[in-house]
Design a protein around this ligand. Structure first.
Ligand code: RB5
Length: 148
C-alpha cells in the first residue's frame, strides 16, 4: 500500500517507529515530516500535507501522529474525502475501518508505546470496510448540510 505519514514533535518518535514497521512490511511510505522531536512545530502543517495526498489520490492511506492524535485528526478531517480517526486501541482501529472506512489513522504519540501504536496500525491496515449499510452512512458524512 502507498501511505503518507506525518507528525509534529509530540508524535515524531511514534511516527518513526510505525514508518519503520510499514516499510519492513513492504509498504511504500511518503514521509512528510517532521524530522525531529527537538523542534516545536505546528501539527496542522503535517496533517494538511498528509490529508492533501490522500484527498488527491496520490496515496491510499495516511498516518498522522501528534501528542494526542486529536489536533492532526481535526485538521485532516477538513479535507473532502478524508476520514481520519484517532484510535487509542486496536478495537477502535478495527471499527474505524469496518464501519467508517477510515483512510487516515491518527495516533497519540504521548499516549501510546511503540508496541501499542504498531498493534493499532496493524489492525487498521488489515481490516476491510464492511460496506453494506455503512456505505450510505459514509457517503452522508460528505453532505455538510445533512440529508434532505
Ligand atoms: C503539541 O504540544 C500538542 O499540542 C500536539 O502534539 C497535539 O497533541 C495536539 O493535538
Amino acid at each position: 500500500m502507498k501511505i503518507a505519514a506525518g507528525a509534529d514533535h509530540g508524535g515524531y518518535a511514534i511516527k518513526e517507529a510505525v514508518v519503520r514497521g510499514l516499510r519492513s512490511q513492504g509498504h511504500e511510505v511518503i514521509d512528510v515530516g517532521t524530522d525531529s522531536a527537538q523542534t516545536s512545530v505546528d501539527y496542522p502543517t503535517f496533517a494538511h500535507r498528509v490529508a492533501a495526498l490522500v484527498a488527491n489520490g496520490e496515496v491510499e492511506r495516511g498516518l498522522l501522529v501528534c501528542g494526542t492524535g486529536l489536533g492532526v485528526c481535526m485538521a485532516a478531517n477538513r479535507h473532502r474525502g478524508v476520514r481520519a480517526a484517532d484510535c487509542l486501541t486496536p478495537h477502535l482501529a478495527e471499527m474505524a475501518r469496518r464501519h467508517n472506512d477510515a483512510n487516515v489513522l491518527c495516533l497519540g504519540g504521548r499516549l501510546l508505546s511503540e508496541d501499542e501504536a504498531w498493534a493499532i496500525t496493524e489492525v487498521w491496515l488489515a481490516t476491510p470496510f464492511e460496506g453494506g449499510r455503512h456505505s450510505k452512512r459514509v457517503e452522508l458524512i460528505e453532505l455538510q448540510e445533512g440529508p434532505a
